[in-house]
Design a protein around this ligand. Structure first.
Ligand code: SF4
Ligand code: SF4
Ligand code: SF4
Length: 300
């Protein structure tokens, strides 16, 4: 109907210069990640804490954690160096909301420095509900939540534990709590008019046949875009799934699930197909990141 169409139009305008949300913005606009969040409050079996958060970033790379002030300096420097910087994101190396002070302070500093830059946060969602109003107040319009299961028995195979309010939960409880909290956070984010993206890691033989249920469920919650990414599971990454001998999916498996999801998402929401699984300290156009080491050396 008319209203749906208008909302969609408005949304298209809001994402037009976000390289992750809009495939056409890829190659035109840059995003940078600020690695200010070292800690995490859950454990995913595809993650090794020596590396960056594998939810939105590439496992097997380690970003050096910086302070909010250093993050601001990095934004100032990079705004001059990368083409069309439009988005500043926080995606680890742990979980942004397991480090709320650092994350919120960084967002505040960037917002003061340049209100035009879009702010983007990626999280496992455990602490989204308690912070989503603060994020909205600070102008964070884009929120990504990684949802790998909407059923506790499947979640249990992915998350060995969750830490909440000083207590460690395991087994079915951990998975059930995580999904419950993710749902609350996503619902509130949608109410606040954030543009919500869901990331799902395609884990063969674990959640592969469950992914359509995830797409359906998150669409009902009002999510705009579902990004299904392949499990990265090289033996050298030292993850639990690696030790269990889990395989990485074939390209055709990912294509098939993305195509099926496109039909589920329908006309007004979408499946993301261009994700490159960037690093937590990525900077530049997607796939053409600036080497921060060289950049800082040039500065000396
Ligand atoms: Fe690792 Fe990210 Fe999962 Fe935390 S949320 S365990 S950092 S992949
Ligand atoms: Fe935002 Fe995620 Fe893209 Fe980073 S990777 S800019 S956090 S959507
Ligand atoms: Fe975009 Fe995917 Fe890279 Fe994030 S990891 S910046 S969603 S391409």
């Amino acid at each position: 109907n008319q209203e749906e169409r208008q909302n969609h139009q408005r949304l298209q305008e809001r994402i037009a210069n976000h390289p992750c949300y809009c495939a056409k913005a890829h190659g035109k606009y840059s995003r940078i990640h600020l690695p200010v969040a070292p800690r995490c409050n859950i454990q995913c079996n595809y993650c090794n804490r020596k590396y960056d958060c594998s939810n939105e970033s590439r496992p097997g790379v380690t970003s050096q954690v910086i302070t909010p002030q250093q993050a601001l300096e990095r934004v100032k420097l990079l705004r001059e160096r990368v083409p069309n910087l439009s988005v500043v994101g926080i995606a680890g190396p742990g979980d942004g909301l397991a480090n709320p002070e650092e994350t919120l302070r960084t967002i505040e500093l960037v917002r003061e420095f340049d209100p035009e830059l879009k702010l983007c946060l990626s999280t496992n969602g455990l602490m989204l509900a308690p912070f989503v109003d603060d994020l909205n107040g600070l102008g964070v319009e884009h929120i990504t939540v990684t949802v790998n299961a909407v059923d506790a028995p499947i979640g249990e195979a992915i998350y060995p534990w969750v830490n909440l309010n000083g207590k460690r939960y395991t087994g079915l409880d951990a998975a059930a709590i995580l999904w419950q909290r993710q749902q609350e956070g996503i619902t509130r984010a949608v109410e606040l008019d954030a543009i919500v993206k869901i990331n799902t890691v395609f884990i063969p033989e674990v959640n592969a046949t469950h992914i359509m249920d995830i797409t359906r469920t998150v669409k009902e919650l009002g999510v705009f875009i579902h990004n299904i990414v392949p499990l990265i599971c090289k033996p050298e990454h030292g993850t639990a799934f690696g030790a269990m001998g889990l395989r990485e999916p074939e390209e055709w498996e990912i294509d098939a699930v993305r195509n099926a999801g496109t039909a589920v998402m329908g006309h007004f929401s979408r499946i993301m197909k261009h994700c490159k699984q960037c690093r937590a300290d990525a900077a530049g156009l997607l796939g053409e990141d600036i080497d921060l080491q060289t950049l800082t050396e040039q500065e000396r």
